[in-house]
Design a protein around this ligand. Structure first.
Ligand code: FES
Ligand SMILES: [Fe+2]
Length: 355
């Protein structure tokens, strides 16, 4: 008999003698059952494996991606490839001694060379065997990051639909964090309106554009007030756009400028998410911001608001790292569209997967 079954049995004995006490205990057992809910599996979609500047021409890097290692490399002309880690000849790990030779990747063990299409184009011991093909993964570069596709065999990837990367955006920093959680749990906060005030202390939180669910994309806007050290709170407009569970853009408009946070959550093992955050800012419109104000915004206000955003993520972190994924959460009326979000995320898992 498991611990849970023993506790259930004990609760039933109590039920016979003390019905009022039993009612409370029986609720407690239901909660205990939820504690056995499995976390979601590895999701499908685009997931970041590096920042673009980490992969210079000729570089070969090994990355943990989902439950395995992959190798990414950039050819001398700039093409980025992502491949399974092991050479199809005799299994050498291409991330340990593999080299870029022009447009080809050379395996260190016997010198087979592979094209950017994955085919073996050279073998020192005779004609390249037709079976010597690298398993390549779809890869994209956008917003300063390299993203790799994880999806079911044969499925054509959807494309990331993200706002512009024009030159007016000024990169102001980045962070890389490990979170003991799952990307689905991190992004659920986007539509969890109650936590904005309860956990982060925002005031007057309202939805200015209700959540829309469009294929792999989700969008939602909020208006709220943020406390400041100088007393009066400032108005903040928050615009959140998700492309699956691995690519999220949050734009924060306040004080005459916009901060953009590109959040890239990649699950690298069960309950281990690498969370890469890329931050940039730009002026809002033309009228408000003269040169002096824009300088002040970049040097003082921007870092201040950015620090506030990082503090908020630091507030989320202990919740994410210690919470339990509940398959059937007890949602209150004003909690935001959690159930709609859960239906939306189901597209990112294998059909029939139970979690
Ligand atoms: S194992 Fe790669 S060339 Fe032999
Ligand atoms: Fe949050």
């Amino acid at each position: 008999m498991t611990t849970f079954e023993a506790q259930d049995a004990a609760a039933q004995v109590d039920h016979a003698s003390q019905s009022d006490v039993t009612a409370a205990r029986s609720v407690s057992m239901q909660e205990a059952r939820q504690l056995r809910d499995a976390p979601p599996p590895f999701p499908f979609g685009w997931f970041a494996v590096a920042q673009c500047h980490e992969l210079r021409a000729g570089a070969v890097l090994t990355r943990q991606f989902m439950d395995r290692e992959i190798v990414i490399y950039r050819t001398q002309s700039g093409t980025v490839c992502a491949t399974e880690a092991y050479c199809p000849h005799l299994g050498a790990h291409l991330g340990h001694g593999g080299e870029v030779c022009g447009e080809e990747l050379r395996c260190p063990f016997h010198g087979f060379r592979f094209s950017v299409k994955g085919s073996c184009v050279y073998s020192p011991s005779g004609a390249p065997p037709p079976a010597a093909r690298l398993g390549l993964l779809e890869v994209r570069e956008t917003h300063g990051a390299i993203l790799v596709w994880h999806g079911p065999a044969g499925q054509v990837p959807w494309e990331i639909d993200a706002p512009d990367e024009e030159s007016e955006w000024r990169r102001v920093g980045h962070r890389i964090r490990h979170v003991r959680s799952h990307p689905q749990e991190l992004l659920e906060n986007s539509i969890d309106i109650t936590h904005f005030s309860a956990l982060h202390g925002f005031g007057n939180v309202g939805v200015s554009r209700p959540a829309t669910f469009d294929g792999p994309r989700l969008g939602v806007d909020y208006a709220l007030k943020q406390k400041t050290p100088w007393g009066s709170p400032v108005d903040v407009a928050l615009r959140i756009r998700l492309n699956g569970l691995g690519f999220a853009i949050t734009e924060v408009e306040t004080l005459g400028f916009t901060l953009r946070l590109v959040g890239l959550a990649t699950l690298v093992a069960e309950r281990d998410t690498v969370h890469l955050l890329l931050m940039s800012m730009r002026k809002q419109g033309r009228s408000l911001a003269g040169k002096a104000y824009w300088r002040c915004a970049q040097e003082v206000l921007g870092p201040f608001v950015m620090g506030g955003l990082m503090n908020q993520i630091n507030q989320d972190d202990p919740v994410w790292s210690n919470k339990k994924y509940l398959r059937r959460p007890a949602i209150a009326e004003g909690d935001g569209p959690i159930h709609a979000y859960r239906r939306w995320v189901s597209q990112f898992y294998p059909e029939g997967a139970a979690w």
